[in-house]
Design a protein around this ligand. Structure first.
Ligand SMILES: *Cc1c(COP(=O)(O)O)cnc(C)c1O
Length: 401
């Protein structure tokens, strides 16, 4: 026994945040699979399967489709530093924290970053992107599909149109949306698309799927300078994940085992069924929250479904509410950050967590705890409103439970 460093024993939490999301027991089990070597031919088989399933979930035939060793931010970084060189111009659509991060990385490469902005809580106007691109040689346009920090959803097509007009690559941060909302890399003609494993895939945190289309590959092959990071240099990382299987770095084998199982679960459910499930539970959650008299940050047309942002009622200290939910109910939801710090709550319904029990639980718990802090909603109004949505979703009987 070691009294100084007791065995880890964290509480079992229900995490309804924008990640990490809840993981299915099958994924935990896969992660304790005894590891094998990263150059063992049996592991190569696992790599092949993971890549095939990643192509399925991203809806792409792109050869260069791999899980990067690193969180979603590593993919933001990879997407900027591999496709931009010093002196290139990039447009970044900035209306939240993660787009800000993309712009920051692009600046560090030495690219000229043209920021097209919108206030936090609104989407970036594609027409403004068009105007910013006029008369310029733009290498890439970067955008965030679902801006987790604000709860805003930005459909890809209008930005693709602008990228076509100016011959730029379209780079999409789909960290919070992949496997939760409709996304089709090939049909949407996204040149570089990336995600994270701990969001709607419900795999362990620490990996970042990325896919690169033919135009992106061409840009890679024509680079004049070496990519500034050796670790995230796709021109060499792809040799390990490509047919050569040349050692680059030791990948997180146990995480890849977990991802493999999480992807198998996506295959079993079917991507469309998974999209429908996320939509239904988000609808029920929003109905419940509105039933309690709470107000959403985003207008319905721009609202994400995997992360719901809610205005904190006047006079309520959201930090205290969240702390009490965590301490007394083991239920974690998120607050805001940056411009929205202290002003909003964010509830993530991602992957395995997007479930009726969790929707009803978070509504009932919010009602109780908000009530203790002085915000009184009609008793049971949230749960009743959510149940009404479920009752109307006959065709989705199998995703209600
Ligand atoms: C979570 C998130 C990221 C960052 O991912 P990390 O895994 O925390 O590095 C980037 N973009 C979006 C939209 C996200 O939701």
């Amino acid at each position: 026994m070691n009294a100084t460093f007791p065995e880890l024993n964290p509480p079992v939490r229900i995490m309804l945040t924008p990640g990490p999301s809840l993981m299915h027991p099958r994924v935990y089990r896969a992660m304790v699979t005894p590891i094998i070597g990263h150059l063992d031919y049996r592991f190569m088989g696992v790599m092949d399967e993971v890549q095939t399933m990643l192509r399925n979930v991203m809806r792409t035939k792109n050869k260069l489709t791999i899980p990067l060793s690193g969180s979603g931010s590593a993919a933001i970084e990879a997407a900027m530093i591999n496709f931009l060189e010093e002196g290139d111009a990039a447009i970044i659509c900035v209306a939240g924290h993660f787009a800000e991060r993309m712009a920051e990385v692009a600046t560090r490469v030495g690219a000229t970053v043209i920021r097209v902005e919108a206030p936090w809580g609104q989407p970036v106007d594609p027409q403004k992107v068009r105007e910013a691109a006029r008369g310029q040689k733009i290498k890439l346009i970067g955008m965030v599909h679902g801006e987790t920090s604000t709860g805003i959803f930005q459909p890809i097509a209008p930005y693709r149109e602008v990228a076509d007009e100016c011959g730029a690559l379209l780079v999409v941060d789909a960290v919070a949306t992949l496997a939760g909302v409709p996304l089709d890399v090939d049909q949407d003609r996204i040149d570089v698309c990336f995600s994270g494993t701990q969001k709607c895939l419900s795999a362990p945190p620490g990996m970042a799927p990325i896919t690169v289309g033919p135009r992106g590959e061409e840009v890679l092959s024509r680079r004049k300078s070496k990519v500034s990071s050796w670790y995230l240099d796709l021109t060499i990382v792809q040799k390990y994940w490509g047919k050569d299987r040349t050692y680059h770095h030791t990948p997180p084998i146990s995480l890849i085992f977990g991802l493999h199982e999480a992807l198998r679960m996506v295959e079993e459910e079917g991507l469309e069924g998974r999209w429908q499930r996320h939509k239904l539970h988000a609808q029920a959650l929003v109905a419940g929250l509105e039933g309690m008299g709470l107000e959403m940050v985003a207008a319905p047309a721009h609202r994400m479904i995997t992360v719901i942002a809610i205005k904190a009622p006047a006079g309520i200290e959201e930090v205290k509410v969240r702390r009490r939910m965590l301490d007394e109910h083991n239920l974690e939801i998120a607050g805001g950050f940056g411009q929205l710090a202290g002003k909003i709550f964010r509830i993530g319904l991602m992957g395995y967590g997007a479930h009726r029990n969790n929707v009803l639980l978070v509504l009932a718990t919010l009602e109780k705890v908000l009530g203790e802090f002085g915000f009184r909603a009609p008793a049971g109004a949230g749960v009743v409103a959510a149940e009404r949505v479920y009752a109307g979703a006959h065709e989705l009987a199998d995703v209600r439970t």
